[in-house]
Design a protein around this ligand. Structure first.
Ligand code: SAH
Ligand code: SF4
Length: 423
């Protein structure tokens, strides 16, 4: 099995079994856990709390720390960084670092939201932000190939010192089977699931690269407020167990679940299981259409689970007092962005503790949709607000380097095997 000798991703019990299997005392498991999740040590040889002999024995048994390796990076004009992460078997996924966040947390009642709102202003600002960006045009440069982001120290200082919080967008699968028509990741098909260690390991690798300290753990920069969104490549709820295990590992690294958001395209069994989790991140559902007919066209998975079934399942989740469920809605010009669609969304979400994140569609090669006009976005946004739904338009991050929502696509694709899409 892939990654079976990777220590990163193992829980307390598993680590204990490893050390006991080598005839070592239990407290060695605690030391190993601290090295993995608090100090985020990348190489077994560097775990200095363990005697050299123990390290050598672990290595001889085939164990390694097992963090994904950052093999390529790209940096956006807006500070966003996109990383190509290589797993032990050579498979790669992408992970995105967004200093300052992307506005996705606003209005969901969480701590992250209050910080974001305090800094970014209200919904009106969100509209303005979007419109001015859209008018400037997202610069899609011809240099959006991976290049090392080892930029000048001046840039690094500004980026590291200037942010108060950052969001990391994490992948859950190599590729995706869901086949949404507007998404670049869908073009890859699915290669395999990531393990819990590979999911959480992306976060550890990024935090190490950015030298972020969490609690008393490793790092030299200011303690930072890190938010995680499971919105990278893949469908987390089609890799449910590994995803949930990763959530626990990440908590062990000092990131509370209240700072994590998982986005699903609407995998009904996953939503039902998620509803019963004692510890769960915040939920975002990619609604993306106001009726089944349009949704079937752009998200064929709707044929399996329709909007009514998904909303019924979401309504059953025992949300906390201040908790809102987020509905993501990618605006596709002329397809789902007209006033009649906004009216239908209002009817669908009536009576729910819901907020809507509007995402202006990010283009990609070979995908035949159009961006909505800034006017249509503004009208759509205003109609939802007037209908009583807290609505935010996401700041597009890293579009110039293909790091924005739905733009994640491995650059290394030879031998990629497409399997039958779901739905
Ligand atoms: N698979 C999960 C999470 C990853 S996609 C899901 O679909 O929810 C994260 C978000 O990006 C989803 O809301 C998805 O609808 C959106 N998205 C996909 N492609 C996009 C694109 N080209 N432009 C803007 N948003 C996109
Ligand atoms: Fe997969 Fe999400 Fe892209 Fe749909 S939008 S293809 S579910 S990654």
């Amino acid at each position: 099995m892939v990654g079976e000798k990777a220590l990163f991703g193992m829980g307390v019990e598993e680590l204990r079994a490893v050390v006991e299997g080598l005839g070592l005392q239990k407290y060695r498991a605690v030391q190993l856990g601290d090295a993995l999740y608090k100090q985020r040590v990348e190489r077994l040889e560097e775990v200095t709390t363990l005697p050299a002999e123990v390290r050598e024995r672990l290595a001889a048994e085939g164990y390694r720390m097992g963090l994904p390796e950052i093999v390529q990076t790209a940096k956006s004009v807006d500070g966003t960084e996109r990383y190509l992460m290589r797993m032990a078997d050579g498979e790669t996924v992408e992970t995105v670092w967004m200093p300052g966040g992307d506005g996705g947390e606003r209005g969901d009642g969480s701590e992250a939201a209050s910080e974001e709102e305090g800094e970014a202003g209200d919904a009106e600002d969100a509209v303005e932000t979007h419109i001015s960006k859209a008018r400037c045009g997202a610069p899609v440069s011809s240099q959006n190939k991976y290049g090392d982001s080892g930029t000048s120290s001046q840039n690094d200082e500004r980026d590291l010192g200037g942010y108060k919080r950052a969001t990391i967008c994490v992948s859950s699968q190599v590729g995706c089977a869901v086949n949404c028509q507007f998404c670049l990741t869908a073009k890859l098909g699915i290669r395999r699931n990531l393990t819990a260690g590979e999911i959480a390991g992306q976060v550890a690798a990024v935090l190490n690269r950015q030298r972020v300290r969490i609690g008393s753990g490793k790092g030299v920069e200011t303690p930072s407020r890190i938010n995680l969104v499971f919105m990278g490549m893949g469908e987390p709820f089609l890799n449910y167990d590994a995803f949930m295990k990763a959530v626990h590992v990440l908590r062990g690294m000092g990131i509370p679940e209240s700072r994590m958001t998982v986005s699903t395209s609407g995998i009904l069994p996953g939503i039902l299981q998620f509803a019963n989790e004692p510890v769960r991140p915040k939920l975002a559902l990619s609604l993306n259409a106001s009726n089944d007919a349009v949704r079937r066209e752009i998200m064929p998975i709707t044929k399996k689970w329709d909007i009514a079934a998904l909303l019924e399942a979401v309504r059953e989740i025992p949300f906390g007092k201040r908790e809102y469920v987020t509905f993501e809605y990618v605006l596709l010009g002329g397809v789902n962005d007209q006033p009649e669609h906004a009216r239908e969304v209002l009817v669908l979400l009536q009576g729910m503790k819901a907020k809507v994140n509007l995402i202006v569609w990010n283009p990609g090669p070979g995908i035949e949709f159009h961006q909505p006009t800034p006017e249509d976005v503004a009208v759509f946004h205003r109609m939802l607000i007037d209908g009583g739904i807290p609505t935010f338009t996401r700041r597009p991050r890293g579009r110039d380097i293909y790091a924005a929502c739905g733009q994640l696509k491995r650059t290394v694709e030879p031998g990629f095997v497409e399997i039958q899409p779901v739905g």
